[in-house]
Design a protein around this ligand. Structure first.
Ligand code: PSV
Ligand code: MN
Ligand code: MN
Length: 394
Protein backbone atom coordinates (compact mmCIF):
# COMPACT_ATOMS: atom_id res chain seq x y z
CA UNK A 1 0.00 0.00 0.00
CA UNK A 2 1.45 3.40 -0.93
CA UNK A 3 1.60 5.97 1.87
CA UNK A 4 -2.07 6.79 2.53
CA UNK A 5 -3.45 10.28 3.09
CA UNK A 6 -6.64 11.31 4.83
CA UNK A 7 -8.48 11.01 1.54
CA UNK A 8 -7.53 7.31 1.40
CA UNK A 9 -9.97 6.74 4.26
CA UNK A 10 -13.65 6.19 3.67
CA UNK A 11 -15.95 8.87 5.08
CA UNK A 12 -16.96 6.48 7.90
CA UNK A 13 -13.36 5.50 8.72
CA UNK A 14 -12.37 9.15 8.95
CA UNK A 15 -15.33 9.88 11.23
CA UNK A 16 -14.38 7.02 13.55
CA UNK A 17 -10.76 8.10 13.71
CA UNK A 18 -11.69 11.73 14.31
CA UNK A 19 -13.95 10.80 17.22
CA UNK A 20 -11.75 8.19 18.85
CA UNK A 21 -11.65 8.89 22.57
CA UNK A 22 -9.27 6.99 24.85
CA UNK A 23 -9.72 7.25 28.59
CA UNK A 24 -6.67 7.93 30.77
CA UNK A 25 -6.10 6.45 34.24
CA UNK A 26 -5.53 9.04 36.97
CA UNK A 27 -2.91 6.72 38.47
CA UNK A 28 -0.71 7.03 35.37
CA UNK A 29 0.16 10.54 36.53
CA UNK A 30 1.17 9.59 40.08
CA UNK A 31 4.42 8.03 41.17
CA UNK A 32 4.52 4.27 40.85
CA UNK A 33 7.11 1.57 40.82
CA UNK A 34 7.80 -2.05 41.43
CA UNK A 35 7.79 -4.01 44.67
CA UNK A 36 11.46 -2.98 44.96
CA UNK A 37 11.27 0.78 44.69
CA UNK A 38 9.00 3.67 43.86
CA UNK A 39 11.03 6.40 42.17
CA UNK A 40 9.59 9.85 42.57
CA UNK A 41 9.32 12.09 39.52
CA UNK A 42 9.65 15.87 39.92
CA UNK A 43 6.38 17.61 39.08
CA UNK A 44 4.16 14.68 40.04
CA UNK A 45 0.58 15.71 40.92
CA UNK A 46 -0.19 16.08 44.62
CA UNK A 47 -3.91 15.37 44.39
CA UNK A 48 -6.74 14.38 42.06
CA UNK A 49 -7.15 17.96 40.82
CA UNK A 50 -3.58 18.06 39.57
CA UNK A 51 -3.88 14.59 38.01
CA UNK A 52 -6.81 15.91 35.98
CA UNK A 53 -4.72 18.92 34.95
CA UNK A 54 -2.02 16.60 33.60
CA UNK A 55 -4.57 14.41 31.85
CA UNK A 56 -6.01 17.53 30.22
CA UNK A 57 -2.57 18.22 28.73
CA UNK A 58 -2.66 14.82 27.01
CA UNK A 59 -6.08 15.69 25.59
CA UNK A 60 -5.00 19.18 24.60
CA UNK A 61 -2.19 17.86 22.40
CA UNK A 62 -3.77 14.65 21.06
CA UNK A 63 -7.45 15.62 20.92
CA UNK A 64 -8.24 11.96 21.67
CA UNK A 65 -8.12 11.59 25.45
CA UNK A 66 -11.15 13.39 26.83
CA UNK A 67 -11.92 11.18 29.85
CA UNK A 68 -10.11 10.21 33.05
CA UNK A 69 -10.75 7.16 35.24
CA UNK A 70 -10.56 7.73 38.96
CA UNK A 71 -9.50 5.24 41.64
CA UNK A 72 -11.22 5.52 45.01
CA UNK A 73 -9.77 6.20 47.58
CA UNK A 74 -6.53 7.10 45.78
CA UNK A 75 -8.41 10.05 44.28
CA UNK A 76 -10.45 10.88 47.38
CA UNK A 77 -11.61 14.52 47.50
CA UNK A 78 -14.04 16.37 49.75
CA UNK A 79 -16.43 17.43 47.03
CA UNK A 80 -16.81 15.28 43.93
CA UNK A 81 -19.16 17.73 42.23
CA UNK A 82 -16.39 20.28 42.54
CA UNK A 83 -13.92 17.81 41.00
CA UNK A 84 -16.37 17.28 38.15
CA UNK A 85 -16.53 21.06 37.58
CA UNK A 86 -12.73 21.16 37.58
CA UNK A 87 -12.68 18.47 34.88
CA UNK A 88 -15.27 20.30 32.82
CA UNK A 89 -13.32 23.56 33.07
CA UNK A 90 -10.32 21.66 31.73
CA UNK A 91 -12.39 20.33 28.82
CA UNK A 92 -12.46 16.72 29.98
CA UNK A 93 -14.90 14.32 31.71
CA UNK A 94 -14.70 11.80 34.52
CA UNK A 95 -14.68 8.24 33.21
CA UNK A 96 -14.86 4.95 35.12
CA UNK A 97 -14.73 4.85 38.89
CA UNK A 98 -12.40 2.07 40.05
CA UNK A 99 -13.11 0.55 43.43
CA UNK A 100 -10.28 -0.36 45.75
CA UNK A 101 -10.91 -3.38 47.96
CA UNK A 102 -7.37 -4.66 48.12
CA UNK A 103 -5.41 -2.37 50.41
CA UNK A 104 -7.13 -2.89 53.74
CA UNK A 105 -6.06 -5.51 56.33
CA UNK A 106 -9.66 -6.74 56.43
CA UNK A 107 -9.27 -8.00 52.86
CA UNK A 108 -6.37 -10.33 53.56
CA UNK A 109 -8.57 -13.32 52.67
CA UNK A 110 -10.67 -11.56 50.08
CA UNK A 111 -13.27 -8.84 49.72
CA UNK A 112 -16.47 -9.76 47.87
CA UNK A 113 -15.57 -13.46 48.25
CA UNK A 114 -14.38 -13.33 51.87
CA UNK A 115 -15.70 -16.11 54.11
CA UNK A 116 -16.76 -13.49 56.70
CA UNK A 117 -20.13 -11.90 55.80
CA UNK A 118 -19.23 -8.69 57.70
CA UNK A 119 -16.18 -8.18 55.49
CA UNK A 120 -18.22 -8.89 52.38
CA UNK A 121 -20.70 -6.23 53.46
CA UNK A 122 -17.86 -3.77 54.05
CA UNK A 123 -16.63 -4.42 50.50
CA UNK A 124 -20.14 -4.07 49.06
CA UNK A 125 -20.54 -0.77 50.92
CA UNK A 126 -17.27 0.50 49.43
CA UNK A 127 -18.76 -0.14 46.01
CA UNK A 128 -21.97 1.65 46.98
CA UNK A 129 -19.83 4.66 47.90
CA UNK A 130 -18.21 4.44 44.48
CA UNK A 131 -21.69 4.54 42.95
CA UNK A 132 -22.32 7.76 44.91
CA UNK A 133 -19.08 9.14 43.48
CA UNK A 134 -20.31 8.17 40.01
CA UNK A 135 -23.53 10.06 40.55
CA UNK A 136 -21.66 13.17 41.71
CA UNK A 137 -19.09 13.09 38.89
CA UNK A 138 -21.34 12.01 36.02
CA UNK A 139 -19.42 8.75 35.59
CA UNK A 140 -21.36 5.85 34.10
CA UNK A 141 -18.99 2.95 34.79
CA UNK A 142 -18.22 1.16 38.03
CA UNK A 143 -15.10 -0.83 37.33
CA UNK A 144 -14.39 -3.78 39.60
CA UNK A 145 -11.08 -5.55 39.77
CA UNK A 146 -10.64 -7.88 42.74
CA UNK A 147 -7.46 -9.17 44.31
CA UNK A 148 -9.51 -12.07 45.72
CA UNK A 149 -8.20 -15.61 45.49
CA UNK A 150 -6.24 -18.22 47.39
CA UNK A 151 -2.61 -19.29 47.56
CA UNK A 152 -2.99 -22.96 48.48
CA UNK A 153 -5.22 -25.81 47.36
CA UNK A 154 -7.82 -26.38 50.06
CA UNK A 155 -7.37 -22.92 51.59
CA UNK A 156 -11.02 -22.10 50.88
CA UNK A 157 -13.84 -23.56 48.84
CA UNK A 158 -13.48 -22.36 45.24
CA UNK A 159 -17.15 -23.05 44.66
CA UNK A 160 -18.45 -21.27 47.74
CA UNK A 161 -16.34 -18.27 46.88
CA UNK A 162 -18.11 -18.09 43.50
CA UNK A 163 -21.47 -18.16 45.30
CA UNK A 164 -20.36 -15.37 47.64
CA UNK A 165 -19.10 -13.38 44.67
CA UNK A 166 -22.41 -13.76 42.83
CA UNK A 167 -24.33 -12.61 45.91
CA UNK A 168 -22.03 -9.62 46.58
CA UNK A 169 -22.11 -8.53 42.93
CA UNK A 170 -25.89 -8.72 42.97
CA UNK A 171 -26.04 -6.35 45.95
CA UNK A 172 -23.78 -3.89 44.10
CA UNK A 173 -25.61 -4.25 40.80
CA UNK A 174 -28.96 -3.54 42.45
CA UNK A 175 -27.61 -0.22 43.74
CA UNK A 176 -26.74 1.05 40.22
CA UNK A 177 -28.73 3.92 38.76
CA UNK A 178 -30.53 3.52 35.42
CA UNK A 179 -27.67 5.02 33.39
CA UNK A 180 -24.89 3.32 35.32
CA UNK A 181 -23.24 0.00 34.59
CA UNK A 182 -20.93 -2.47 36.30
CA UNK A 183 -17.86 -3.64 34.42
CA UNK A 184 -16.01 -6.66 35.80
CA UNK A 185 -12.32 -7.16 35.10
CA UNK A 186 -10.58 -10.55 35.11
CA UNK A 187 -6.98 -11.50 35.77
CA UNK A 188 -5.53 -14.99 35.80
CA UNK A 189 -2.99 -14.47 38.61
CA UNK A 190 -1.66 -12.02 41.17
CA UNK A 191 -1.71 -11.28 44.00
CA UNK A 192 -3.26 -14.72 44.60
CA UNK A 193 -1.17 -17.48 43.11
CA UNK A 194 -3.18 -20.73 43.34
CA UNK A 195 -6.51 -19.42 42.09
CA UNK A 196 -8.10 -16.04 41.54
CA UNK A 197 -11.86 -15.64 41.87
CA UNK A 198 -12.30 -13.86 38.52
CA UNK A 199 -9.47 -15.41 36.49
CA UNK A 200 -10.82 -15.26 32.96
CA UNK A 201 -13.34 -13.79 30.54
CA UNK A 202 -15.60 -16.83 30.90
CA UNK A 203 -15.98 -16.36 34.65
CA UNK A 204 -16.53 -12.64 34.27
CA UNK A 205 -19.07 -13.21 31.50
CA UNK A 206 -21.01 -15.81 33.51
CA UNK A 207 -21.40 -13.36 36.38
CA UNK A 208 -22.33 -10.52 34.02
CA UNK A 209 -24.95 -12.63 32.23
CA UNK A 210 -26.39 -13.58 35.58
CA UNK A 211 -26.48 -9.96 36.79
CA UNK A 212 -28.22 -8.42 33.80
CA UNK A 213 -27.77 -6.10 30.87
CA UNK A 214 -25.96 -3.42 32.80
CA UNK A 215 -22.99 -5.72 33.45
CA UNK A 216 -20.12 -6.25 31.02
CA UNK A 217 -16.61 -7.64 30.92
CA UNK A 218 -13.38 -5.62 31.13
CA UNK A 219 -10.50 -7.00 29.10
CA UNK A 220 -7.10 -5.88 30.40
CA UNK A 221 -4.54 -6.79 27.75
CA UNK A 222 -1.94 -7.61 30.43
CA UNK A 223 -4.09 -10.12 32.30
CA UNK A 224 -3.63 -13.25 30.19
CA UNK A 225 -1.21 -16.13 30.02
CA UNK A 226 1.55 -15.68 27.42
CA UNK A 227 0.40 -16.72 23.97
CA UNK A 228 -3.31 -16.15 24.64
CA UNK A 229 -5.20 -15.12 21.51
CA UNK A 230 -6.70 -11.91 22.88
CA UNK A 231 -8.39 -10.90 19.64
CA UNK A 232 -10.41 -14.12 19.81
CA UNK A 233 -11.75 -13.03 23.20
CA UNK A 234 -12.56 -9.60 21.76
CA UNK A 235 -14.52 -11.17 18.92
CA UNK A 236 -16.34 -13.53 21.27
CA UNK A 237 -17.37 -10.84 23.77
CA UNK A 238 -18.48 -8.50 20.98
CA UNK A 239 -20.66 -11.28 19.55
CA UNK A 240 -22.64 -11.43 22.76
CA UNK A 241 -22.59 -7.68 23.38
CA UNK A 242 -20.67 -7.94 26.65
CA UNK A 243 -17.36 -6.27 25.98
CA UNK A 244 -17.66 -3.30 28.31
CA UNK A 245 -14.17 -1.88 28.31
CA UNK A 246 -10.52 -2.39 27.54
CA UNK A 247 -7.66 -1.74 29.86
CA UNK A 248 -4.86 -1.21 27.39
CA UNK A 249 -1.21 -1.73 28.29
CA UNK A 250 1.78 -3.84 27.27
CA UNK A 251 3.39 -6.80 28.93
CA UNK A 252 6.59 -8.69 28.39
CA UNK A 253 6.38 -11.08 31.36
CA UNK A 254 3.67 -10.49 33.92
CA UNK A 255 1.17 -7.64 34.39
CA UNK A 256 3.84 -5.10 33.42
CA UNK A 257 1.50 -2.13 32.77
CA UNK A 258 3.88 -0.73 30.13
CA UNK A 259 2.93 1.63 27.32
CA UNK A 260 0.27 0.08 25.05
CA UNK A 261 1.64 -0.99 21.70
CA UNK A 262 5.23 -0.96 22.95
CA UNK A 263 5.73 -4.68 23.45
CA UNK A 264 3.60 -6.07 20.64
CA UNK A 265 2.18 -3.53 18.17
CA UNK A 266 1.01 -6.39 15.94
CA UNK A 267 -1.18 -7.75 18.72
CA UNK A 268 -2.68 -4.29 19.22
CA UNK A 269 -3.40 -4.12 15.48
CA UNK A 270 -5.07 -7.56 15.56
CA UNK A 271 -7.24 -6.42 18.46
CA UNK A 272 -8.21 -3.21 16.66
CA UNK A 273 -9.00 -5.26 13.57
CA UNK A 274 -11.62 -7.21 15.56
CA UNK A 275 -12.90 -3.94 17.05
CA UNK A 276 -13.38 -2.40 13.61
CA UNK A 277 -14.84 -5.62 12.19
CA UNK A 278 -17.30 -5.79 15.10
CA UNK A 279 -18.39 -2.15 14.75
CA UNK A 280 -17.10 -1.41 18.23
CA UNK A 281 -15.12 1.71 17.38
CA UNK A 282 -18.27 3.77 17.18
CA UNK A 283 -18.58 5.95 20.30
CA UNK A 284 -22.13 4.56 20.69
CA UNK A 285 -20.91 0.94 20.79
CA UNK A 286 -20.69 0.79 24.58
CA UNK A 287 -17.05 -0.28 24.51
CA UNK A 288 -14.81 2.04 26.53
CA UNK A 289 -11.16 2.28 25.50
CA UNK A 290 -9.12 2.92 28.61
CA UNK A 291 -5.41 2.90 29.41
CA UNK A 292 -4.31 1.06 32.55
CA UNK A 293 -0.64 1.90 32.77
CA UNK A 294 2.04 3.25 35.03
CA UNK A 295 5.15 5.15 34.04
CA UNK A 296 7.91 4.13 36.39
CA UNK A 297 10.93 5.27 34.39
CA UNK A 298 9.66 7.55 31.64
CA UNK A 299 7.98 10.94 32.08
CA UNK A 300 4.28 10.46 32.72
CA UNK A 301 2.48 12.94 30.45
CA UNK A 302 4.72 12.09 27.46
CA UNK A 303 4.21 8.39 28.29
CA UNK A 304 0.47 8.85 27.99
CA UNK A 305 0.82 10.87 24.78
CA UNK A 306 2.88 8.05 23.24
CA UNK A 307 0.21 5.57 24.34
CA UNK A 308 -2.54 7.54 22.62
CA UNK A 309 -0.59 7.83 19.38
CA UNK A 310 0.20 4.10 19.48
CA UNK A 311 -3.52 3.26 19.77
CA UNK A 312 -4.33 5.74 17.00
CA UNK A 313 -1.75 4.14 14.71
CA UNK A 314 -3.10 0.62 15.29
CA UNK A 315 -6.64 1.94 14.75
CA UNK A 316 -5.78 3.73 11.51
CA UNK A 317 -4.13 0.57 10.18
CA UNK A 318 -7.18 -1.50 11.09
CA UNK A 319 -9.40 1.04 9.33
CA UNK A 320 -7.27 0.75 6.18
CA UNK A 321 -7.85 -2.99 5.81
CA UNK A 322 -9.56 -3.64 2.49
CA UNK A 323 -12.56 -5.43 4.01
CA UNK A 324 -14.30 -6.26 0.75
CA UNK A 325 -11.17 -7.91 -0.64
CA UNK A 326 -10.60 -9.65 2.69
CA UNK A 327 -14.12 -11.05 2.78
CA UNK A 328 -13.74 -12.29 -0.78
CA UNK A 329 -10.41 -13.96 -0.04
CA UNK A 330 -11.88 -15.54 3.09
CA UNK A 331 -14.93 -16.84 1.21
CA UNK A 332 -12.76 -18.46 -1.40
CA UNK A 333 -10.39 -19.87 1.25
CA UNK A 334 -7.49 -17.98 -0.32
CA UNK A 335 -5.29 -18.18 2.75
CA UNK A 336 -2.29 -16.29 1.43
CA UNK A 337 -4.29 -13.43 -0.09
CA UNK A 338 -6.36 -13.01 3.06
CA UNK A 339 -3.26 -12.87 5.20
CA UNK A 340 -1.53 -10.51 2.74
CA UNK A 341 -4.49 -8.09 2.86
CA UNK A 342 -4.18 -7.88 6.63
CA UNK A 343 -0.39 -7.56 6.57
CA UNK A 344 -0.54 -4.91 3.87
CA UNK A 345 -2.58 -2.70 6.18
CA UNK A 346 -0.34 -3.49 9.17
CA UNK A 347 2.82 -2.61 7.24
CA UNK A 348 1.46 0.76 6.13
CA UNK A 349 3.00 3.91 7.58
CA UNK A 350 -0.04 5.80 8.90
CA UNK A 351 1.88 8.52 10.70
CA UNK A 352 1.55 11.08 7.87
CA UNK A 353 -2.20 10.37 7.70
CA UNK A 354 -2.57 10.93 11.45
CA UNK A 355 -0.52 14.12 11.27
CA UNK A 356 -2.89 15.36 8.58
CA UNK A 357 -5.89 14.38 10.69
CA UNK A 358 -4.56 16.31 13.67
CA UNK A 359 -3.90 19.41 11.61
CA UNK A 360 -7.40 19.21 10.18
CA UNK A 361 -8.63 19.42 13.80
CA UNK A 362 -6.41 22.41 14.56
CA UNK A 363 -3.86 20.35 16.51
CA UNK A 364 -0.11 20.12 16.07
CA UNK A 365 0.95 17.38 13.66
CA UNK A 366 3.34 15.96 16.27
CA UNK A 367 1.68 16.02 19.74
CA UNK A 368 4.79 14.83 21.56
CA UNK A 369 7.03 17.56 20.13
CA UNK A 370 4.35 20.20 20.72
CA UNK A 371 3.88 19.15 24.35
CA UNK A 372 7.61 19.07 25.06
CA UNK A 373 7.95 22.55 23.56
CA UNK A 374 5.03 23.90 25.62
CA UNK A 375 7.01 24.29 28.85
CA UNK A 376 4.39 22.45 30.92
CA UNK A 377 6.86 19.89 32.29
CA UNK A 378 9.23 22.61 33.47
CA UNK A 379 6.33 24.52 35.00
CA UNK A 380 5.00 21.61 37.08
CA UNK A 381 8.51 20.69 38.24
CA UNK A 382 8.89 24.23 39.56
CA UNK A 383 5.41 24.46 41.10
CA UNK A 384 4.73 21.04 42.60
CA UNK A 385 6.71 19.68 45.48
CA UNK A 386 6.02 16.30 47.12
CA UNK A 387 4.01 14.50 44.45
CA UNK A 388 1.65 11.69 45.30
CA UNK A 389 2.23 7.99 45.00
CA UNK A 390 -0.19 6.52 42.50
CA UNK A 391 -0.78 2.99 43.47
CA UNK A 392 0.50 -0.21 44.89
CA UNK A 393 3.66 -1.59 43.42
CA UNK A 394 2.20 -3.97 40.84
C1 PSV B 1 -4.17 -4.81 39.08
O1 PSV B 1 -3.80 -5.87 38.24
C2 PSV B 1 -4.67 -3.69 38.24
O2 PSV B 1 -3.60 -3.40 37.34
C3 PSV B 1 -5.94 -4.01 37.49
O3 PSV B 1 -5.63 -4.18 36.13
C4 PSV B 1 -6.82 -2.83 37.69
O4 PSV B 1 -7.51 -2.44 36.55
C5 PSV B 1 -5.82 -1.79 38.13
O5 PSV B 1 -4.91 -2.52 38.93
C6 PSV B 1 -6.41 -0.68 38.92
O6 PSV B 1 -7.11 -1.17 40.06
MN1 MN C 1 -6.65 -3.23 34.59
MN1 MN D 1 -3.44 -5.12 35.99
Amino acid sequence: MSTPTLSSLTHEARRLLEHQNIELPSWAFGNSGTRFKVFTTPGTPRNAYEKLEDAAQVHKFTGAAGKVSLHIPWDEVEDYSDLRRHAENLGIEIGAINSNVFQDDDYKFGSLCNPDPKIRTKAVDTHKRCIDVMSATGSTDLKIWLADGTNYPGQDSIRERQDRLAESLRRIYDALGPDQRLILEYKFFEPATYHTDVPDWGTSLLHCLDLGEKASVVLDTGHHAPGTNIEFIVAQLLRVGRLGAFDFNSRFYADDDLIVGAADPFQLFRIMNEIVAGGALDPESGVAFVLDQCHNLEAKIPGEIRSITNVQEATAKALLIDRLALAEAQRSCDVLSANAILMDAYNTDVRPLLAELRESKGLAADPMAAFLASGHLEQIVAERVGGQQASWAA
